[in-house]
Design a protein around this ligand. Structure first.
Ligand SMILES: [Fe+2]
Length: 256
């Protein structure tokens, strides 16, 4: 099994280790700041039936059909069986209108972070993973599909304490022996759901194909707690906490 994702958490572990060495009295301040990205364990996935009416859905389908092929990113074709388009202007504009609604569902004030369109093909699959807190909240909207394709979630988990614990927790989900409660939901076109991908393992098993041309077009709108756009990026931690050693952590400058 390949280890997948949770890059942010690994940098968080490295940062905690570094701070414990070079500025131990600052550790609780750092952990407190990062707790903005943890999720209340009482949170339950919110299913929004009929988020879009037929006309709005048709408009989105037309927007998608008009996206030039060369704007589509191919780098996830192999691993996920999908084409993706990040931050398409029409979807970014749509996301801006959703802030109050998503804040209400999330139970905290949020702001938009990024979004992407995901056009899954008959090879569609999404292995169990946790998202970076840039996607603390994901509003997942189904635009079109050949058949309902369930997404599975764990309950809200406390973040593992270190990398070993993280990997063990992930393996348990992959091997269907997780102590966390796992729940599956299937969207219909126009329906959406809000989950907290930074604190819920989530995955989609291979798309049901049945020899037909299977597909699933989904929009993912990611939101972060209001006011956290800077601190969510590990590359900003050295500056924001005035601990220059944090810049020496490998790959800290890459977007998480
Ligand atoms: Fe995810």
């Amino acid at each position: 099994m390949d280890w997948y994702d949770s890059i942010w958490l690994r940098r968080y572990f490295d940062a905690k280790k570094m701070i414990a060495q070079v500025a131990p009295t600052r550790l609780s301040e750092f952990e407190h700041a990062m707790s903005a990205f943890r999720t209340d364990d009482a949170f339950q996935v919110k299913y929004v039936s009929g988020f879009l009416d037929a006309k709005a859905l048709q408009d989105i389908r037309e927007t998608i059909a008009a996206i030039p092929r060369d704007a589509m990113e191919l780098h996830e074709l192999q691993k996920f069986g999908r084409l993706i388009v990040h931050d398409w202007p029409a979807f970014t504009a749509m996301q801006a209108t959703m802030v109050d609604f998503v804040s209400e569902l999330a139970g905290e004030r949020v702001e938009p972070c990024y979004n992407f369109l995901s056009l899954y093909s008959r090879r569609g699959v999404c292995e169990p993973h946790l998202d970076t807190p840039s996607a603390k909240w994901t509003f997942d909207l189904c635009v079109d599909q050949s058949d309902p394709w369930p997404i599975s979630f764990s309950s809200i988990i406390p973040w593992p304490e270190d990398r070993e614990e993280l990997i063990e927790d992930w393996r348990a989900v992959c091997e269907k022996r997780s102590p966390h409660e796992i729940r599956s939901l299937a969207l219909e076109p126009g329906d959406a759901l809000l989950f907290s991908g930074a604190s819920q393992w989530h995955y989609r098993d291979p798309i049901p194909a049945d020899g037909r041309k299977a597909f699933c077009d989904l929009l993912f709108f990611h939101f972060i707690p209001e006011g956290t756009a800077e601190i969510v990026q590990p590359r900003n931690w050295a500056r924001l906490f005035d601990i220059p050693e944090l810049d020496t952590i490998p790959n800290i400058s890459l977007p998480a």
